[in-house]
Write a protein that binds this ligand. Structure first.
Ligand code: IMP
Length: 430
C-alpha cells in the first residue's frame, strides 16, 4: 500500500543494496529507477556474494517482482549476462518476474566508445566515469535521438534505428574524436539477438507499479548512485547523468507522489567517493588505508563496477543535511558503523569555513566546494568489536553517542544501522 524509496545520501556505494535486500522482505515489487550498469550492488547471503549492476537487489528475495524503470539506461548484453548469472544460482528470472520498461533507453557499444573518447578529450579535467556509456546514452535521450527499449519490439524498425545511430556515432567518433567506432553490421546483428531474448520482459512498468499500488501492494524503489552524483543537485560536473534522488525516483518509475511513505536516506558512518571531484573531508595516509580496507574482502572500499580504490573521509554533516533537503528523507540508514571500531576518536564535519565565516548550509549547493574548509567536532571512539551486536542496547555508549549525534544534527531517526556485511548484522530500531 505504499511506495518506499531507498536513496543514497552521499556519492554512491552507501550500501543501499543490503538495505533494499532487507526491506524487500515486505515488498511486492522492487524497482530501479535511474542509472544503468554503472551501479554495482553487492549483497551477501550466507557464503554467496551477489554482484548486481542492473537488476534490483530485491531479486534475491523470492516472491518479489523486479522492475527496471523508464529512467534507466540499459546495456542489453549486460542485462542478459546478469539474468543468466542469477538463473545459475537458481533464482527465478522469468519474464513474469523481471520487467523492463518500454521507455527506458538503450546503451550501445557506440555510447561506450563515446564515453571513453570524451574522457580522453577532457584530459586533466576527466570526470572519472565508469566508461559504461551512461553519459552518451542520456545525452542521446535528451537530444531526442536515443533508442528506447520499445524499439526492440519491432525488429525491422529496430534495425533501421540502430543503423542510423551507429552510422552517426561512427562519423562523430572518427571525425571529432579521431577514435575507433564499433562495427555496424555485427553490432546490429548482436542487438537483434538481444531484442529477441529480452522482448518478453518489456512492459509499461509505470502502469504496472501504479496498478500494484492502487491494489494495496508495496513497492520499494532502489536508488543507484547517490544524491551528490545527481545531474542537477550533485557536485556538477563531477556527477552522473541521471537523477538518483527522490524527484528522480518518481520520474524514473512513472508514478506520482501520492503513495510515498518512507524515504530512507542511506549513508555510511563515514564518507567515500570514486572518480574525480570535490571531497572536503577526504583523508589520506594510514587512517584512509584503515577505513578503505585492503581489498581482500568484497566489502572493502573498492568499486564493485570498476575495482577502483575509493577515496575515503570523515562523515560530512553539511552534505548529509543538504541531501536531506533535496530528498525529504523520513529516516536514515547508517551503514558500516563497525569500520570505525578501534579509533580513539571520530571527526564529524558540522560546518564549513571560508573567508573567516562559518556555514552550516551551502549557499550555492555543492558544485563548487573549493572555497571551504571543513569544521570538525571530535567525538569519542570505541574500542570493542561491534560486529556481533544485534540490539541497540548492546552497542557501546560511544557508538550510540555517534549515531545520536548524527540524528540530532539532521533531525532524523536512524532506524537501521549496519555493523557487518551479513543479512543479520543490521540493528533495527523500530
Ligand atoms: P558515469 O555514471 O559512469 O558517467 O560516471 C560519473 C561519475 O559517477 C564518476 O565519478 C563515477 O565514478 C560515479 N559513479 C557512477 N556510478 C557510480 C556508483 O554506482 N557508485 C559510485 N560512483 C558512481
Amino acid at each position: 500500500m505504499a511506495l518506499d524509496l531507498i536513496i543514497g545520501a552521499q556519492w554512491g556505494d552507501e550500501g543501499k543494496g543490503r538495505i533494499t535486500d532487507l526491506l524487500a522482505e515486505q515488498a511486492n515489487i522492487v524497482a530501479r529507477f535511474s542509472g544503468g550498469d554503472n551501479a554495482g550492488h553487492s549483497v551477501t547471503v550466507g557464503d554467496q556474494l551477489f554482484k548486481l549492476h542492473l537488476i534490483p537487489s530485491g531479486v534475491i528475495q523470492p516472491g518479489t517482482t523486479c522492475c527496471l524503470g523508464s529512467g534507466m539506461v540499459i546495456n542489453p548484453g549486460k542485462l542478459i549476462e546478469e539474468l543468466d548469472q542469477l538463473a545459475g544460482f537458481g533464482i527465478d528470472v522469468s519474464p513474469q518476474r523481471i520487467q523492463l520498461s518500454s521507455s527506458a533507453h538503450l546503451i550501445t557499444p557506440a555510447h561506450i566508445f563515446l564515453d571513453g573518447a570524451r574522457e580522453t578529450q577532457r584530459g586533466e579535467d576527466q570526470i572519472g566515469t565508469t566508461k559504461r556509456g551512461i553519459g552518451p546514452a542520456y545525452t542521446d535521450k535528451t537530444a531526442r535521438s536515443g533508442i528506447r527499449v520499445e524499439a526492440m519490439l519491432d525488429p525491422i524498425s529496430f534495425e533501421e534505428k540502430m543503423r542510423r545511430h551507429l552510422t552517426e556515432a561512427k562519423d562523430l567518433l572518427e571525425r571529432v574524436y579521431a577514435s575507433e567506432a564499433p562495427p555496424i553490421d555485427e553490432t546490429i546483428e548482436l542487438y537483434l539477438e538481444y531484442a529477441e531474448r529480452l522482448r518478453p520482459h518489456i512492459s509499461d512498468v509505470g502502469a504496472l507499479i501504479a496498478r500494484a499500488l492502487s491494489a494495496g501492494q508495496s513497492v520499494l524503489a532502489e536508488g543507484a548512485q547517490g544524491t551528490l552524483l545527481d545531474l542537477d543537485y550533485g557536485t556538477y560536473p563531477y556527477v552522473t547523468s541521471s537523477h538518483p534522488t527522490t524527484p528522480g525516483a518518481l520520474l524514473g518509475l512513472g508514478v506520482g507522489p501520492g503513495y510515498l511513505q518512507r524515504i530512507v536516506g542511506v549513508t555510511k558512518a563515514f564518507q567515500t567517493r570514486v572518480g574525480e571531484g570535490p571531497f572536503p573531508t577526504e583523508l589520506d595516509g594510514h587512517l584512509a588505508d584503515q577505513l578503505r580496507g585492503s581489498g581482500e574482502n568484497p566489502w572493502d572500499e573498492f568499486g564493485t563496477t570498476t575495482g577502483r580504490p575509493r577515496r575515503v573521509g570523515w562523515l560530512d554533516g553539511v552534505l548529509l543535511r543538504y541531501a536531506q533537503r533535496v530528498n525529504g528523507f523520513t529516516e536514515l540508514a547508517i551503514t558500516k558503523l563497525d569500520i570505525l571500531s578501534g579509533l580513539e576518536s571520530i571527526q564529524f564535519c558540522k560546518a564549513y569555513s571560508a573567508r573567516s565565516q562559518t556555514f552550516d548550509n551551502l549557499p550555492f549547493g555543492p558544485a563548487d566546494l573549493s572555497p571551504y574548509e571543513p569544521v570538525f567536532e571530535e567525538l569519542p571512539g570505541w574500542k570493542t568489536d561491534i560486529t556481533a551486536v544485534k540490539r541497540w542496547s548492546q552497542l557501546p555508549a560511544e557508538a550510540q553517542g555517534y549515531i545520536e549525534h548524527i540524528e540530532a544534527y539532521c533531525g532524523l531517526p536512524a532506524r537501521l544501522i549496519s555493523v557487518g556485511p551479513e543479512r543479520d548484522q543490521i540493528i533495527r530500531r523500530d
